[in-house]
Design a protein around this ligand. Sequence first.
Ligand code: URA
Length: 439
Amino acid sequence: MITAYEFIDKKRRGMEHTPEEIRFFINGYVKGEITDYQAAAWLMAVCLNGMTDRETVELTLAMAHSGNNMYSFGTDGFYCDKHSTGGVGDKVTLFAAPVCAACGIYVPKMSGRGLGFTGGTIDKLEAVPGFETALEEERFLSVVKKAGCAVAGQTGTLVPADKKLYALRSVTATTESIPLICSSIMSKKIVMGADGVVLDVKVGDGAFMKDEESAEKLARLMISVGEAAGQKCSAVLTDMSKPLGYTVGNAVEVIEAIEALHGKDVPSFHEVAYEISAQMLLLSGYGTEDECRAAVENAVKSGAALERMRTMIALQGGDARICDDPSLLGEIHKAKTEYPVYARQDGYISGISCEKTGMVSLKLGAGRENKTDPIDMSAGIVFSAFVGDHVKKGDLLATLRTSRDIDIEDIASEFSAVFGYCENEVIKRKNVIKVIKSC
Ligand code: URA
């Protein structure tokens, strides 16, 4: 039997743990027999020396089994989950869930809240009047069965080991480790128990993974861990070097997602949202890649996806009229201040910094610095120009929205710096960088 000291020392020396040792650590840490300072030392050793794929699988499974909160879906269809590693303006779930539901698969989606400069789907949906995000298991499953999809927040603690370890990682500079990120995300996906998971792995300045190589490494590891737990998985590497779509915030993002369900082609968002939806259908065995893409287009064109969204919102207590007239949401969450930001020079927009955009959105009130901070649903950013566009000095670039009493001129001046300019036409980066199928 190994001791906590020997366990830490083994990783410090770069050695591989046995599955029993990993289970000893996770069980001991959750029970409080292994202390935070011992766990922190081990996390740092993992950051420095890494873990083998076998160790990562064992760690993820041990974490997944640290609670007793497994969901049990029926065998009456394909249940498909999706997960985004987090981004700015990421509203893909609001599109993909009803689209896939309209195509006949179930989408039981537990989503998170935003923290720091990345937004959370649950916060966005709470902009819809009456919409309930805290659903008990029975109600959650009933909405999934009736609407084909449900989007709710986590009730209770899904994975106790992750709750403790994630909190510890965030204060010990041990967040950025591929095996630790993989085990944190996949333990929650495994406990959710869907038949398939499509992983949207973001790459760029607004993402955990700043370059394609590390994003691909994380994606492949997550796929192999999911598959080891019996789930079908695939991953899509998507660009997070600029915001996803023309809106960043809460109400404004819900409006944009509903407009996309009406068929509006929202640049950058369109490509990612359609791809993720098609990959979810592909995992379910719906058909060939072309058939899945055609099904996504058809679900939007026919209005079937919008109908699923209407049903889901109504079943979760929300005002479904916003599906027919999304501008209602803009009226309900009308910002006290709408401040235009204009181009400072002529040129092509070469970039829009994702991280800086997220920080400005946070300052406007659309996000939270601490877990318990309130959110201003009216706050956010609506872009009028995007990467690749040619603008003239004085053209409108974006409108900042807030209902808070803040120094908007100061924030607008900070926001102006998110735009990069160049003289020559910009070669637009692909929004969908790569699709990674089963390893
Ligand atoms: N999201 C998670 O849930 N865990 C991580 O470690 C990183 C992103």
